[in-house]
Design a binder for this molecule. Structure first.
Ligand SMILES: Nc1ncnc2c1ncn2[C@@H]1O[C@H](COP(=O)(O)OP(=O)(O)OP(=O)(O)O)[C@@H](O)[C@H]1O
Length: 283
């Protein structure tokens, strides 16, 4: 078996700086991800793999963060041989093939963790995953020292989902209407509601999942809906990424083109920061 030389690293200070600089409007995700990863990597003998479930509406930064995390764990990020991205509608589209998908997943995960103990598995569009598929990986997430001679304890699993986005938005809106700061929202205001909400949601990919009722998910991480000011930050970031000087007129024009909800107050961007890149092409 060829032994891959993966550059495994986690520099907490660098990850903190990157999240604080690049991720807008997500103080909870920044705080929890940093704490979870730093704690996990400092633990020389974890009892189980690290399992994170990221929840929020479209365009709020879930994929964006999973890429940043992957790059901080393995230098090539999503291009690394040790980072694996599964997209429900692409890899597991047909309900009648659930048994096949379960067998495939178990084979992929066993093979990759055998090659690299600190493999990273990202499951995107969890809310579109047929119920039961994800339970195939339950044994790998549990507190077993080894499963068939392979230890999964140093692996990391990240689930990305829109499920729970409505619950998160309701809490954010309640804070807004009460005149409270967004940054005052704490994990305790959301995590309990989120885990129960997702467990009981038939369209969450984790419906009635053993992963939740066995407490195998270490952290439920809420992504808050993005406000007008965050969209402007995304436009500026994109202009800088293109090597252009930031033109505040263009920033305002692109942000104004986005649609916001609720109808009356128009606080949160319907698409988060999605479509900002393509809209900028027209300015
Ligand atoms: N909070 C954020 N801070 C900075 N940039 C963001 C943020 N959210 C989204 N973006 C920008 O928008 C792009 C699309 O966001 P991303 O793919 O992370 O959304 P998502 O939450 O995964 O959406 P979906 O649930 O539809 O997959 C990102 O690549 C990034 O450029």
């Amino acid at each position: 078996m060829s032994i891959f030389l993966s550059v495994l690293r986690l520099a907490p200070a660098a990850l903190k700086l990157e999240l604080e600089e690049k991720l807008f409007g997500q103080h909870l995700a920044t705080e929890v991800i940093l704490k979870a990863l730093t704690g996990f990597k400092n633990n020389k003998n974890p009892k189980k793999p690290l399992t994170l479930s990221l929840h929020g509406w479209a365009g709020t930064g879930k994929n964006f963060v999973s890429q940043i995390v992957a790059e901080n764990l393995h230098s090539k990020g999503l291009k690394s041989n040790f980072v694996h991205l599964f997209v429900s509608t692409l890899h597991f589209p047909h309900e009648q093939h659930i048994k096949l998908y379960q067998d495939q997943l178990q084979g992929w995960i066993r093979g990759n963790v055998s090659a690299c103990a600190s493999s990273v598995f990202i499951f995107d569009e969890m809310d579109k995953l047929h119920p039961g598929v994800i339970d195939a990986i339950k044994p790998f997430l549990d507190y077993y020292e080894q499963v068939d001679g392979v230890s999964y304890r140093k692996a990391i699993f990240m689930f990305l989902s829109n499920a729970g986005g409505d619950l998160i938005t309701k809490t954010a809106l309640d804070f807004w209407r009460a005149g409270r700061k967004r940054e005052d929202i704490q994990l305790k205001d959301l995590e309990p509601v989120l885990s129960v909400g997702v467990f009981n949601n038939k369209h969450s990919g984790l419906w009635r999942s053993g992963l939740i009722d066995r407490n195998l998910i270490d952290y439920f991480i809420p992504f808050l809906p993005l406000e007008y000011k965050h969209v402007k930050m995304c436009v500026r970031a994109e202009m800088r990424a293109r090597g252009s000087a930031v033109d505040e007129d263009i920033v305002t024009r692109v942000a104004e083109e986005m649609t916001f909800f609720p109808k009356g107050e128009k606080i949160y961007s319907d698409k988060g920061c999605k479509t900002v890149q393509s809209r900028l092409d027209f300015h």
